[in-house]
Design a protein around this ligand. Structure first.
Ligand code: ADP
Length: 273
């Protein structure tokens, strides 16, 4: 039925691993179009059986936070397409291609960026996917077209996904999380004015930089994003279920509680294969 086979197995570093070395993901965030001398601050550790994960779930379920935590536990690269767009948005106007400028407009409105632009961006960074340390894809794929492109690339490279984790959360909690979310402009730490407020309003607990509200976390953009999720991304749950890769995790509670639920599921996978 499928040519994508699950390659699983817990790397030795899985249990108890809590790396403090943070990769700045320069090669993923900047891509080859920028200064070609830009290199990631840490070289991925080679794993015999690296984790290659896709994180699914509506905007606001906490995929980005889990991706960060999983990155430390599994020693894999955190590859977020939203972060690539946000990094591009901070560059001077003259450094942005017309396709990227258009992509940023879609993003500001809360709409999905067209598949062709997203795929071009991922394809030119494909060495981050084929690297020996594995990856955690966050925010990609988001449409069936993108999922098919990823499947093709993986097959060409004779690689397989380990699992696709689907984070589940009721709609009202999602809206509350999105509208209260504040992000640190420097270290990207995420807070919530209601559930997880910073010690000093508007200031990051970790590095002291300013917290900001993402443009697409404004109420009008939230509605558009949730509609886009239902229409385009929710069908991926069925797609990956049919490939035997889907793992569901309830995204309620603190980030650490959700992380424990996630790693429990991954451990089960590794034991059963
Ligand atoms: P969230 O999951 O919280 O909505 P992301 O950081 O993943 O946030 O994405 C922010 C925005 O970037 C999306 O609303 C969309 O406009 C754009 N984007 C990111 N990844 C994709 C993708 N794979 N396909 C289309 N648009 C994307």
């Amino acid at each position: 039925m499928t040519s994508v086979t699950a390659s699983r197995g817990i790397p030795r570093k899985f249990v108890g691993m809590n790396s403090t070395v943070k990769n700045d993901r320069i090669e993923w965030l900047q891509g080859p179009a920028s200064d070609s001398s830009a290199k990631c601050s840490t070289v991925p550790v080679e794993h015999k059986n690296p984790w290659r994960l896709v994180l699914l779930g509506a905007p606001g379920v906490g995929k980005g936070t889990q991706a960060e935590l999983l990155t430390q536990r599994l020693d894999a690269c955190h590859l977020s397409t939203g972060d690539v767009f946000r990094a591009a948005g901070k560059r001077p106007d003259c450094d942005q291609s017309p396709a990227m400028k258009a992509a940023l407009e879609y993003m500001r409105r809360g709409e999905l960026v067209p598949d062709s632009t997203v795929w071009e961006m991922v394809r030119e960074r494909s060495h981050c996917l084929v690297g020996c340390g594995g990856f955690i894809l966050d925010g990609f794929p988001r449409t069936l077209g993108q999922a098919e492109s990823l499947k093709e690339l993986m097959e060409q490279e004779s690689l397989s996904l380990s699992a696709v984790i689907n984070y589940e959360l009721p709609l009202d909690e999602i809206v509350q999380r999105l509208s209260g979310r504040r992000t640190c402009e420097k270290c990207k730490a995420v807070f919530n004015v209601k559930d997880r407020p910073p010690k000093v309003e508007g200031v990051c607990d970790h590095c002291g930089a300013r917290l900001f509200q993402r443009e697409d976390d404004r109420p009008e953009a939230i509605t558009v994003r949730l509609e886009a999720y239902e229409r385009s991304t929710a069908p991926l749950i069925e797609f990956y279920k049919n490939l035997g890769l889907l793992v569901s995790v309830v995204a309620k509670g603190s980030p650490d509680e959700i992380l424990v639920r996630t790693t429990d599921q991954l451990e089960k996978l590794a034991v059963n294969t």
